[in-house]
Design a protein around this ligand. Structure first.
Ligand code: ZN
Length: 331
């Protein structure tokens, strides 16, 4: 049974918005572009992990959590957690292409791409061991005694590994069911009631990770962002308010909903709260009333009155705005 499905990839959505708005001349533009690629690969890998659990039917009572964020002696994030009366199994996805080599003298992973490019990464055993330890602490704090296992999943079955570590279990996606079945052959360490307690505690302890606003997270000054309303048709920020919506100065395209992405960008990148004047500046709109109508039409929660009114969006609100924006654009 899947208790918690994969979350919306907020970090990726936010980073894509950041790169769209960050001035290309900014010294950290290339780094942020690279961040998008790494995060996108991670999201693709996690999707693959989800699909293994959707396709494969596991026997016996078991529970699956995707994207679980917990806190014990430190905050930790688990890509997938399989829980049964036999124990808890952590699965971490590493979507790193190329030939993989584990140097003995360093806690690193070296990968070599077909074009000869060599990159170093932290050895996945470091994160896996840390997460196992933090999860053990988390169970211990709740007087739950449950064995914790873990493996790192690499998505490409044809990938070559050299000098793998004894303390690191590496799996390809199709090997996951076999690995879990082996663990299920162990004698149970929990009864059915204790298992329910574990599942309930995990569900209620999870906190959605909020990476926003990204300018704060990545220490980039909001002045380094292009302001304005984005035109999808010609990839520019030249949309201006027209009678019912937005018209592009550059290509003439019309989009009634273009402000939605701009407001979402503000919440994801600049600040969790905005005043009417912040929106006017960010969207290049002069009319106080137009902005007030836009904000009201989007049902963004607010506090305060008149010019002191603040519109704020936490993660749930950002999720709603993002979903509304997608629905608006597909219809
Ligand atoms: Zn345009």
């Amino acid at each position: 049974m899947i208790v918690k499905t994969k979350a919306i990839p907020f970090k990726l959505i936010g980073l894509e918005a950041l790169v769209r708005r960050l001035l290309k001349s900014h010294p950290r533009y290339t780094e942020m572009e690279k961040n998008v690629r790494i995060t996108r690969a991670g999201v693709r890998g996690e999707k693959l992990l989800s699909s293994v659990f959707e396709k494969y039917h596991f026997h016996g009572e078991h529970y699956i959590f995707h994207d679980l964020n917990l806190q014990s002696s430190g905050l930790f994030q688990i890509d997938a957690l399989f829980v049964s009366t036999r124990g808890a199994v952590l699965l971490e996805m590493k979507n790193i292409a190329g030939d993989i080599y584990f140097p003995e003298e360093r806690n690193q992973l070296v990968r070599t791409l077909d074009n000869g490019q060599v990159d170093m990464f932290e050895c996945p055993s470091v994160q896996l061991e840390r997460n196992k330890m933090l999860l053990e602490d988390w169970f211990h704090e709740r007087n739950l005694s449950i064995p914790v296992y873990g493996a790192v999943v690499f998505p490409r079955p044809q990938q070559i590994f050299e000098n793998t570590r004894n303390n690191l279990k590496i799996l390809f996606p199709l090997e996951i069911p076999v690995y879990l079945r082996k663990i299920e052959e162990n004698p149970p360490s929990l009864d059915a009631i204790a298992l329910q307690t574990v599942v309930h505690e995990l569900s209620s302890a999870h906190r959605e990770y909020n990476p926003f606003p990204l300018c704060h997270t990545y220490k980039i000054h909001p002045n380094a962002l292009q302001t304005g309303v984005y035109c999808e048709n010609c990839d520019s920020y030249g949309m201006i308010p027209i009678h019912k919506g937005w018209g592009c100065k550059r290509c003439g395209a019309i989009d009634r909903e273009a402000h939605r992405q701009a407001l979402l960008d503000y919440f994801m990148l600049v600040a969790p709260c905005m005043k009417n004047k912040d929106v006017r500046r960010f969207l290049h709109v002069e009319s106080y009333d137009k902005v007030r109508r836009l904000l009201t039409s989007m049902s963004i929660p607010f506090s305060g009155e008149r010019r002191g009114r603040k519109y704020c969006a936490g993660l749930e609100e950002i999720e709603r705005l993002w979903i509304d924006g997608r629905v608006g654009h597909s219809s």
